[in-house]
Design a protein around this ligand. Structure first.
Ligand SMILES: [Zn+2]
Ligand SMILES: [Zn+2]
Length: 94
């Protein structure tokens, strides 16, 4: 007899020649890649429960909290670009 947890903590398992499965680390439950979307899981990063979507289908599913650092990087890139543009404009404007 196995006890299923309230919210699964899914982790992707690669199967050679088959579609990936998302296996719970806390109980024997698992979902295939094609049905995992829409199921609740625990975020590996922040520990909150969330609903799996196509963007969270990672080796260790995350809720989107990890995107915070990504958008920070893109802001930095944008700032750097703006700095270059400002430098060019000030040259042209001379
Ligand atoms: Zn579970
Ligand atoms: Zn999270």
């Amino acid at each position: 007899m196995s006890r299923r947890c309230d919210v699964h903590k899914l982790k992707r398992v690669r199967k050679e020649g088959k579609q990936d499965i998302y296996k719970c680390q806390l109980c024997p439950a698992y979902y295939t890649e094609s049905i995992v979307v829409g199921h609740q899981t625990t975020c590996w990063k922040c520990g909150r429960s969330f609903i799996m979507n196509v963007n969270s289908m990672l080796h260790k599913p995350m809720c989107g909290c990890q995107l915070g650092s990504k958008s920070k990087v893109s802001t930095t890139v944008k700032d750097a670009k703006q700095t270059v543009i400002d430098a060019l404009l000030s040259k042209v404007g001379g």
